[in-house]
Design a protein around this ligand. Structure first.
Ligand SMILES: Cc1ncc(COP(=O)(O)O)c(C=O)c1O
Length: 450
């Protein structure tokens, strides 16, 4: 089939030349026959691997029964899914809404928090990302996404990110006594009206550069929630459903949120998401102006996939696998960071790993990070880069083998050496699509310039 990208696609994002035909496990097949090792799980989603046979079978079987019902009926698959979801949530988290995407589910979580508390303002984290609706971009730290097409919604605040590796205060933990949080609390005291409905956190900040909060940080955010009578929303899009070695990323801190939002991994690539909360919070919303008219909430098709994903995560012991493979992979990334000028600070949690890509000044550099992503792609490995932070994100499917990890490390090693030895312009990787190359560069400039 002729490649009509330049004619037919509205290009929003820098893309590479590879056109993908099919995918299985950790491997993605390009239409020209090449096979790529996918360390990004698509968009950080296919924790069970591409085209997992159990998920394919569940989807095929449900597609033949019923896909969509509308919002006045529930399907048997929907009841199965919500039961499965509740079975892996903390005790008392027993009320589930199914949605389609992470953005939609976060919007729903915020509306629940506003309805339940009668308050309006929101607090996120700097270096946080919560989705691409106007409100979620307002709360996120990606000002570059909203610039030119909107302005931030009023009443949103961000606490300083718990980024100890790049502490903006130049302090180190634990001697700092979490000054970032103290300053954040002072800022809220000054800037907020006090009517705060929710704090939204990623238990490990993904797009901001795989930032694992230091001990005490999330506990501190929970204390701020209590002070303001706000709810704590855990956006578990990247951290949820075993990715970090536990069912939920929040479990590492011991803090139980009021609302959990699961997306990405819940559908193993299919768009299905869940908002989970307690019965007392649901009760507070009953007489509040909270309606949900989305055509696809609770659709049995997505529900059947979600239910089978959770059963498979349980039966294949994916949490343990993520811990074991994550530990092994982190060691290999630390080895790489020790060998290369452009690579620094490997870190992460389970199979959610990050590697700083730095420029000549030793500071994170998104342009070099994109070049590294492209060079790895040329050599057969997909890694995820983060425009906001210049961090290469490694979130592979949990079915990755040790041999595949070694292959990935070899490719990263060769690509990093190549970039160290050559002055590389990212546009060289998109030669046939100059529009895309220009887009990549302007996109990064926009992202990095706050
Ligand atoms: C932490 C986090 N929250 C929310 C979202 C938005 O999810 P979606 O793209 O499914 O709308 C993302 C997507 O990358 C994410 O990483």
């Amino acid at each position: 089939m002729a490649d009509k990208r330049e004619e037919n696609l509205f290009t929003l994002y820098p893309y590479f030349n590879a056109v993908i035909d099919s995918a299985e496990g950790c491997c993605v097949r390009v239409s020209d026959g090449r096979e790529l090792l996918d360390l990004a799980s698509g968009q950080l989603s296919v924790l069970l691997g591409h085209s997992h046979p159990r998920i394919v079978a569940a989807a095929q079987s449900q597609a033949a029964r019923v896909v969509h019902l509308g919002n006045r009926f529930f399907g048997t698959a929907t009841l199965d899914a919500v039961e499965q979801i509740v079975s892996v949530c903390p005790p008392g988290m027993s009320r589930v809404i199914l949605c389609s995407t992470g953005t939609e589910a976060n919007e729903m979580a915020v509306r629940i928090a506003r309805a339940a508390t009668g308050k309006l303002e929101l607090v996120g984290l700097s270096k946080g990302y919560y989705g691409c609706s106007h409100l979620m971009l307002s709360l996120s730290d990606y000002v570059g996404f909203i610039k030119g097409t909107g302005v931030r919604s009023p009443g949103v605040h961000r606490l300083p990110a718990p980024d100890c590796l790049h502490c903006s205060l130049g302090l180190s933990h634990p001697e700092c006594g979490l000054q970032c949080l103290t300053l954040g609390a002072e800022m809220l005291d000054k800037e907020s009206t006090g009517s705060i409905a929710a704090f939204m956190v990623e238990p490990v900040l993904g797009s901001g550069g795989v930032i694992v909060p230091p001990r005490g940080y999330l506990e501190g955010v929970a204390a701020l929630c209590r002070k303001y009578g706000a709810l704590l929303i855990a956006d578990e899009a990247q951290t949820g459903l075993c990715r970090t070695g536990k069912w939920w990323g929040m479990e590492h801190s011991g803090v139980v949120p009021d609302i959990i939002v699961a997306s990405k991994g819940l559908g193993n690539g299919f768009p299905v998401a869940a908002v989970v909360t307690r019965a007392d919070i649901e009760q507070k919303c009953i007489n509040a102006p909270l309606a949900n008219m989305s055509s696809h909430s609770f659709d049995p098709f997505g529900a059947a996939i979600a239910a089978e994903v959770i059963r498979t995560l349980k039966e294949e012991g994916i949490a343990l696998r993520a811990t074991e493979m994550g530990t092994f992979m982190l060691q290999r990334l630390e080895w790489l960071a020790g060998r290369h000028r452009i690579l620094a600070h490997a870190r992460g949690c389970g199979l959610m790993l990050g590697l700083d890509v730095v420029g000549k000044d030793g500071k994170p550099d998104a342009m070099t990070s994109l070049a590294l992503e492209a060079e790895c792609l040329m050599r057969g490995v997909i890694v995820g880069y983060s425009a906001m932070s210049g961090v290469v994100r490694i979130l592979p499917p949990a079915v990755i083998t040790r041999e595949q990890v070694e292959r990935a490390v070899e490719v990263l090693d060769g690509a990093a050496s190549f970039l160290e030895e050559n002055d590389v312009d990212v546009s060289r990787y998109m030669p046939e699509h100059n529009g895309s190359a220009l887009l990549a560069v302007s996109f990064l400039r926009r992202m990095m310039k706050k």
